[in-house]
Design a protein around this ligand. Structure first.
Ligand code: ADP
Length: 362
């Protein structure tokens, strides 16, 4: 009996992608099936960056195809194709950026900037082109975390070039102000400055831009979630009840603005004793997880307290850059996969396809 495309698709339909929570046939990821006699080749095209998973995915798909009776050589290629996804109605897409993700928190000090930096590095290590916009007007810390000391310049005299560091494109409101300025700025000035920074940076072909948002849910955050074309938002919290209460406000703000909340990251979720491995929940247990269950928003992961990461972050070399194969890098890669796996399932951005319709009354 000759092998057909249906046989191949049928065999693969049982292989579930861990980050899409569906099989590759339903995800429309099976491309270029070629059958030459008994030999089969095909490509699995992922919509999210996952270089470290490609071999494992190829192995699983190959094993599934091998169950077809009489099959000969099997060649499976795994690739990634990241597209621009839909965002809330209102704003227009920003040139040079496919997807913008707001990384937010209800209050300061929960590790939002640390998570942003390491998540960006994890995405880049998995093959994506990633930028970071530090919009935390009240404490712009990305230059410190990323070990950047130079100021950006403009090569065309019109837009500002982002600073390139650790393979990322970085821009910070901190580059534009001295230490005392932000306290004197009113909300409209802040949002105007941040929108300018977003739109007048010469981003070069980004798959994802992560925005390190100012903490809280005031006017600035509200206006940004209305004006920035957001593929989605991520809320970072620590497990304490008091932090979770503030994080909840952030979640509700995005929902009110029709911004998709992609998930919750629980930082400083536990302390693991380096000597005996005992786990202590210093700030309470599973606060972020409980919140994700209560609001039907995915939990993207839990990050333990890590003294080394704290020193690395404060010293200008984020954990994922300092030790790309270490535990923290693996945790951030898992979070990056889950986050972008969710984004990959969102509808395509179609705003670039149709020109805006103008209704002219005669
Ligand atoms: P935010 O952006 O929410 O204000 P930061 O990312 O600046 O918070 O983090 C505040 C401090 O906590 C920094 O000194 C950072 O190094 C440290 N920190 C963040 N996450 C962790 C963690 N998981 N383990 C240890 N220290 C952490």
């Amino acid at each position: 009996m000759a092998i057909t495309n249906e046989h191949v698709l049928d065999a693969i339909s049982g292989v579930i992608d861990p980050n899409l929570n569906t099989d590759y046939v339903s995800a429309d990821a099976v491309k270029d099936i070629s059958i030459q006699g008994v030999d089969v080749s095909l490509t699995i095209e992922l919509g999210y960056p996952a270089k470290s998973l490609h071999d494992e995915i190829a192995r699983k798909v190959r094993n599934a195809v091998a169950t077809i009776g009489g099959v000969g050589n099997i060649i499976i290629q795994v690739t990634t194709n990241i597209i621009a996804h839909a965002f809330q109605t209102g704003p227009r897409a920003v040139k040079g950026i496919k997807n913008i993700i707001a990384i937010s928190s209800g209050k300061g000090g929960v590790g939002k900037s640390t998570a942003t930096a390491n998540l960006a590095l994890a995405l880049a290590s998995e093959g994506a082109r990633v930028g970071v916009l530090d919009a935390d007007i009240y404490g712009p810390s990305q230059p410190t975390i990323m070990g950047v000391s130079e100021l950006p310049v403009s090569s065309d005299g019109k837009r500002v070039d982002p600073i390139e560091q650790y393979g990322l494109q970085i821009m910070s409101i901190g580059f534009m102000m001295d230490d005392v300025q932000p306290l004197a700025w009113r909300a409209p000035m802040v949002t105007q400055a941040l929108m300018q920074l977003l739109e007048q940076t010469a981003w070069k072909g980004l798959d994802y831009l992560l925005i390190d948002m100012p903490p809280g849910t005031g006017d600035v955050q509200l206006t940004l979630s209305q004006k920035v074309p957001l593929t989605g938002a991520v809320v970072v919290t620590t497990p304490q009840e008091i932090a979770v209460l503030d994080a909840r406000k952030g979640l509700m703000m995005f929902q009110k603005m029709h911004v998709d909340v992609l998930g919750i990251i629980e930082n400083m979720s536990a302390w693991v004793c380096p000597c005996c491995g005992e786990i202590t929940h210093i700030f309470g247990q599973d606060g972020g997880k409980r919140m994700s269950e209560a609001y039907g928003v995915p939990s993207l992961g839990q990050i333990p307290i890590n003294a080394v990461m704290c020193a690395q972050t404060d010293g200008g070399v984020p954990a994922v850059a300092a030790d790309p194969e270490g535990l923290m890098a693996r945790i951030f890669r898992d979070i990056a996969h889950r986050l972008t796996g969710l984004i990959a399932q969102k509808p395509k951005d179609r705003t670039g396809i149709f020109p805006p319709i103008k209704v002219v009354s005669s």
